[in-house]
Structures are given as C-alpha cells and as structure tokens.
Design a protein around this ligand. Structure first.
Ligand SMILES: Cc1cc2nc3c(=O)[nH]c(=O)nc-3n(C[C@H](O)[C@H](O)[C@H](O)COP(=O)(O)O)c2cc1C
Length: 199
C-alpha cells in the first residue's frame, strides 16, 4: 500500500504517523504562566536536535480550531521551561497531566508530584524525576493555524539535573532511569528489553 498523504484525513494521518514513529520518548514539560501558576504536561514528539550546543525539540500540536495548548502559550510568554524524563514509577502520574485542564490549573498538584524551582531559569520541574533539563527557548517553527498543526519548539539545554545514584560519570544507567516511551494508540513501553550489537 502506498498512501498519498493529501488524501488522508487528519485523524488518520495522526494514527499513521504515531503508529510508525515509535517508541517515542516523553518530555514532561514544566512551565509557568504569566501569573506564576505552574503547568505540567507530557509531549512525546520529543528528541535531541543538537549536542554542541545542546538543543532539544518538542512539538506541540494545535487543539480543535487551531487553539494553542497552555504549554506553548507559557513557553512563548516566558521563553523558559523544564523537561523531566518519565520513569516507570511516575507513568500513572504523567498520564494524569496529559488531560486538558484550564490554564489556571496546577497539574503538579492534580498529579501529586513536587513542583520545585529550577536553578538556572525562572521555571519549575518535577522533583521526583531522575533526570531534568532546564531549557531556554531557541525558536519555534509554526506549521499552521489548523487543528493538529505542529509548533516545533527548539530549546537550548542550560542545565541537567541527574540523580546521583543513576549516573557513573558520564554514563546514565538506562535500567536505573527506567524511562517509559509512548507507543501507538494508548500504549506505552519500557526500554528494559535491551540487547547489544558489538561493532
Ligand atoms: C504520553 C503523552 C504524550 C503526548 N504527546 C504530545 C505531543 O507530542 N504533542 C502534543 O501536542 N500533545 C501531546 N500529548 C497531549 C498533551 O499532553 C495534552 O494535550 C495536554 O493537555 C497539553 O496540556 P497543556 O494544555 O497544559 O499544554 C501527549 C499526551 C500524553 C499522555
């Protein structure tokens, strides 16, 4: 089967793309709104864009009628945010923060995770997470005003928090981090099933 993407409905395109690009790491993004109210939400369109300088990317899709998500609004306003990595023990709490809440709802409180101040930027992060990046906005590539159009956020990583017991400098132990990833539909996966290729 060859699919011409211009003949495919929005929801079908979404399923084709997320069913093909997987597993996707999850960025648990902490931001502050203009009044200083914390916001927390997960984004699995997340990756490394550059190492030197360190830059990461997340893509935030528009809601129905092209309405922007709270995380994007906050990043546009404050130009800083945190990305926490989601370990298996935090996955249920992360999923709670993926629901649509009003801008003035503090999802840290709703999910029952600690909201700690970042060290280098004026933002907040999930205290229980074993790895957190403190990020400063580099640029946003806007793919349009319609539903599910992406807003690709590129950000410089200015600091990395790592729990001491999961790192043997500079290697982070992937089994101790025990990160989860988003698969297709409502499914998640771990990365416990590792194997080695000796080149
Ligand atoms: C595991 C997971 C991954 C998600 N990944 C994305 C994503 O990459 N891009 C996106 O726009 N929404 C994604 N979502 C949906 C957002 O988290 C959801 O729309 C959330 O309500 C946005 O919150 P906000 O309005 O506070 O920014 C994901 C949800 C879950 C549970």
């Amino acid at each position: 089967m060859i699919i011409d993407t211009k003949d495919v409905k929005n929801e079908e395109l979404y399923k084709l793309l997320i069913g093909s690009v997987l597993p996707r790491p999850i960025a648990w993004v902490g931001t502050l709104d203009k009044k200083g109210i914390p916001n927390l939400a997960p984004f699995s369109f997340f990756n490394i864009a550059s190492v030197n300088p360190p830059v990461v990317s997340i893509s935030i899709l528009n809601k129905l009628d092209g309405v922007k998500k709270d995380t994007l609004i906050n990043i546009q306003n404050t130009e800083v945010f945190s990305i926490s990595i989601v370990s298996y023990d935090l996955v249920e709490k992360m999923a709670i923060t993926g629901k649509d809440y009003e801008l003035d709802v503090d999802e840290f409180k709703v999910a029952g995770v600690s909201c700690l101040p970042c060290k280098k930027i004026a933002s907040v992060y999930v205290g229980e997470s074993k790895v957190t990046f403190e990020c400063r906005l580099h640029s946003i590539v806007d793919f349009g005003d319609v539903e599910k159009a992406g807003n690709l956020v590129l950000a410089n990583v200015v600091a990395i928090h790592v729990h001491d017991n999961i790192i043997e400098w500079p290697n982070i132990d992937m089994l101790k981090l025990d990160a989860v990833a988003r698969a297709s539909g409502p499914y998640y996966s771990t990365i416990r099933d590792k194997f080695l290729i000796n080149n």
